[in-house]
Design a binder for this molecule. Structure first.
Ligand SMILES: [Zn+2]
Length: 294
């Protein structure tokens, strides 16, 4: 996995590059110890003449020689700033991926987001190759954007969304795409959320017409997916509590339905490569209940 190896070192190299551009005068000499070559060579590069991708290519060791304008030293030792924790590893197992999502959500809840992988360097890095490590299937609700509530960036997550986070064939195909090589995402999260409008609308349609609940137009599609689940949830507590109970049941039903519909996802789970998790996001607190039961 070239990407896994590159991600930790890429920002370091670019920070060194930016550091040198900001502090040194004259061209930057890059010692390029290319592992594919029998001999090492010096390349003379200027920041204007070389793109960031090319700057990175093949470099396994970098030494910079130039003239410091500030102190007049002939040789400047490279000072590389500490790397943020979020960039150190890419989750490779279901447990690591879940932990990364949990940690990101904890940052979001605490208002201490780091907004990882949302800069120009990451955009350029992932333009030619992506290696996301999770798929999150959630609701279209504007308040539950996975990259935000899990504090992730570009290239981190596959995301699919429908009203009420229901499934159809195209969506199942999208998930099979994510759990297949070369991506093989280690975790697939079905993410419902409290006070879901699609669930609320379906519950209301059921009250209006218990035998034939329906919503206008193509919205009826998600109502027909949610209604059978909602029927099984006994009314209890407040209306809000009842809606949230249906949300949990629907989220679990979607996760179970995915495993039932897709032999590819099932196989990935049976082989331990992927974990399918039902979770519910709380609109008020920003927290996520993981591995919910109906
Ligand atoms: Zn919703």
């Amino acid at each position: 996995m070239i990407f896994v190896q590159r991600r930790p070192i890429y920002p370091l190299i670019m920070r060194l590059h930016d550091f040198l551009r900001g502090h040194l005068k004259g061209p930057i000499l890059i010692f390029n110890n290319n592992s594919n070559s029998s001999e090492s060579k010096f390349s003379e590069l200027t920041s204007q003449a070389v793109g960031r991708r090319r700057f990175l290519a093949g470099a396994t060791g970098i030494f910079a020689l130039a003239t410091l304008t500030a102190c007049g030293a002939e040789v400047a030792p490279a000072a590389v700033p500490a790397e943020p924790t979020a960039d150190k590893t890419v989750p490779g197992t279901p447990e690591e991926a879940l932990n990364a999502l949990k940690e990101g959500n904890a940052r979001f809840v605490a208002g201490q987001m780091t907004h990882p992988h949302q800069n120009a360097e990451t955009r350029e890095e992932v333009a030619g190759h992506q290696a996301p490590w999770a798929l999150v299937h959630g609701c279209v609700d504007s308040r539950v954007s996975p990259e935000i509530v899990f504090d992730q960036g570009i290239g981190d997550l596959f995301v699919t969304r429908t009203a009420g986070n229901v499934l159809d064939d195209t969506l199942v195909g999208s998930m099979e795409f994510a759990v297949s090589a070369p991506y093989s995402v280690p975790v697939l999260v079905i993410l419902g959320h409290t006070a879901c409008g699609a669930v609320t609308g379906t519950v209301k349609a059921l009250k209006d017409d218990p035998k034939n609940p329906s919503l206008p137009g193509e919205m009826n599609d998600f109502a027909q997916e949610i209604a059978p689940v909602a029927r099984k949830v006994a009314e209890h507590g407040t209306e809000t509590e009842h809606i949230d109970a249906v949300v949990r049941a629907n989220t679990v039903a979607v996760a179970q339905g995915l495993l039932k519909r897709s032999a590819i996802v099932r196989k990935a789970v049976e082989e331990g490569k992927t974990k399918v998790v039902a979770a519910v996001y709380n609109l008020e607190t920003g927290t996520v209940d993981w591995e919910v039961a109906a």
